[in-house]
Design a binder for this molecule. Structure first.
Ligand code: SF4
Length: 343
C-alpha cells in the first residue's frame, strides 16, 4: 500500500513529497490542475527578494521529476474515507480509487472573487484589475505597460484588504501577504513607469516578515509610493476609461477624490473549494473561517482531528511561500513519525 498520498501539487505538496521520498517512503501526488505548481505558476516575482517566481517553481518541479515521484494531474479528489484498519481510500474524478496509509492535504487556497465587492467595479470597468491579474500582466507584458483598455498609465491606485478583514464578505481574518504584495507591486509599477504616481489605500499595513518593513521603507523613500490610510467608498468610470475614486483619508479625516488609470484590488485568500469538497467525507474539522482546523495550533499544526490525515501550507491559513515551505517540511517530519509508530 502507498505510504502517503498528497492531495495538491503546489509548493507545499511538492516540498513535502520530496522530503518524504528522501526519507524512503512511497508517495503519490494528486493534482487537480494540468500542471504542478498551484498559484505559484501565476506569480511574476516573489517578495521580499523580487526574484522570479518561475525560479522557485522550476526548482520544485525538477526536484519532483528527479525523484520520479508519481503525479496524477487533472485529478479532482471527490472523497477521502478512513477504513477500519486506519488506512484511507481516496475517490477521484478519474474513477480510480487510491489506497494509502496516510494522507497529506496540501489543498491551498482560492483567491477571493473580487466581483463580490461590486462597489470596486471589477469586471464592470476595464481598468479595475486584481493583484493576481497584475502579476499575469507583468509576466506576459513586453514593451510599455498599458492599462487593459490600452491607455498609458499615469496613475495607479492599490486597494488593500479586498475580501479580507471584511464583515460583508464573511472573511474577518487578515490574509497576511497582500500588504507586502501591494508594496512589491507598487515598487514594480514605479520602476516600469517612472512618471506614474502610485497610491496605496490601506487600513493598517502589516509587514510581519523578514525584509517586509525594509521593502515598505524602500517604497516610500526610494520610489515615492504614496500610502494613504483610508478606504475607497466608490469607483466610477469616466468617458475616457479613467477611474474616479472616492475615499476618506482617515488620518486627516478629509474626503478625497482622484482620477487614476489603473485600480488594483489586493485580493485576499479563502479556504479552497477543494478542501470543502471532501472535508465532510472524512469528518475533517474546519474552523469558522473554513480553513482546516489543526489538532493543536502551536505544537501540532500539521495534524488534523483525523488520525493519519495531515495538512500543510495554506490549507490551514493564508501563508507566504517562505512559511509554506517550512510548514511542508514540518509536515513531512510529522508524517514520518506517524508511519514509524504505526508500521
Ligand atoms: S495583509 Fe494587509 S491587505 Fe492583506 S488583509 Fe491583511 S491588512 Fe489587509
Amino acid at each position: 500500500m502507498i505510504d502517503v498520498i498528497i492531495i495538491g501539487g503546489g509548493i507545499a505538496g511538492m516540498e513535502a513529497a520530496c522530503t518524504l521520498h528522501d526519507f524512503g517512503f512511497e508517495i503519490i501526488i494528486l493534482e487537480k490542475d494540468k500542471h504542478l505548481g498551484g498559484h505559484l505558476q501565476n506569480w511574476d516575482t516573489l517578495f521580499p527578494t523580487k526574484r522570479n517566481a518561475s525560479e522557485v517553481l522550476d526548482h520544485y518541479v525538477k526536484e519532483v521529476q528527479k525523484r520520479s515521484i508519481t503525479v496524477y494531474l487533472n485529478t479532482d479528489v471527490t472523497s477521502v474515507t478512513k477504513q477500519d484498519n486506519g488506512s484511507f481510500e481516496i475517490n477521484t474524478s478519474r474513477e480510480v480509487v487510491f489506497k494509502c496509509k496516510t494522507v497529506l492535504m496540501t489543498t491551498g487556497y482560492d483567491l477571493f472573487n473580487a466581483e463580490r465587492k461590486e462597489e470596486y467595479g471589477y469586471k464592470i470597468y476595464d481598468n479595475v484589475i486584481t493583484s493576481a491579474d497584475l502579476e499575469k500582466l507583468l509576466q506576459t507584458n513586453k514593451g510599455e505597460l498599458r492599462s487593459p483598455s490600452g491607455n498609458p498609465i499615469k496613475s495607479v491606485a492599490f486597494v488593500h484588504c479586498v475580501g479580507s478583514r471584511d464583515e460583508k464578505s464573511g472573511n474577518h481574518y487578515c490574509s497576511n501577504v497582500c500588504c507586502v504584495t501591494g508594496v512589491k507591486q507598487a515598487i514594480k509599477m514605479r520602476q516600469l513607469l517612472p512618471e506614474a504616481q502610485v497610491f496605496n489605500f490601506y487600513m493598517d499595513l502589516r509587514m510581519y516578515g523578514a525584509g517586509f518593513e525594509e521593502m515598505y521603507r524602500e517604497a516610500q523613500e526610494v520610489w515615492r509610493v504614496q500610502f494613504i490610510r483610508g478606504r475607497l467608498s466608490e469607483v466610477a468610470e469616466t468617458i475616457d476609461k479613467r477611474l474616479q475614486v472616492k475615499a476618506e483619508d482617515t488620518l486627516s479625516a478629509r474626503p478625497l477624490r482622484m482620477h487614476v488609470d489603473l485600480l488594483v484590488l489586493l485580493v485576499g485568500m479563502e479556504a479552497s473549494k477543494a478542501t470543502g469538497d471532501f472535508a465532510q467525507s472524512c469528518n475533517l474539522a474546519c474552523a469558522q473561517n473554513r480553513f482546516v482546523e489543526t489538532a493543536d495550533f502551536h505544537i501540532a499544526s500539521n495534524k488534523t482531528n483525523v488520525e493519519g490525515l495531515f495538512t500543510a501550507g495554506c490549507a490551514i491559513a493564508p501563508l507566504s511561500v517562505f512559511d509554506t515551505v517550512n510548514h511542508a517540511k514540518a509536515a513531512a517530519l510529522t508524517v514520518k513519525e506517524h508511519l514509524r509508530l504505526n508500521n
